[in-house]
Write a protein that binds this ligand. Sequence first.
Ligand SMILES: [Cu+2]
Length: 149
Amino acid sequence: MLKHFLIAIGLLFVADVSQAAKTCTLAIEGNDLMKFNVAEMKVAADCTEVEVVLKHTGKLPANAMGHNWVLTKTADFMAVANAGVAAGFAKDHIPPGDARVIAHTKIVGGGQSTSVKFPSSKLTKGGDYTFFCSFPGHYGLMKGKFIFQ
Ligand SMILES: [Cu+2]
């Protein structure tokens, strides 16, 4: 009887842990040479929340060499990057209210950091995602693959 009770408690504990919130933090750096320091970012499927911390390790100001971090489906990447250019610097080069933008940070300049948190429920396991900087002219070099698995 006690044994069954303990097993039941154990199962409850396992069930609880599997649903527990888990924030997974990824760090990425941008520099004055218009480069990110990683070409791929990976998030495990058991992460319920993703936090991306972007650090600009350069010295140039945001209006000259600003960087942000934007996540879209790879299929939406080019269209959102172009819409971001049109959106303007004051809008962080993010098209306002654009549902194709899964997550994004603001634009930062040299020496600054920023971050964004978003629920992993916005991602599909095994989906094809691209992260990039939407500052005009940057996405050609500043982009990479985002993996949720
Ligand atoms: Cu940039």
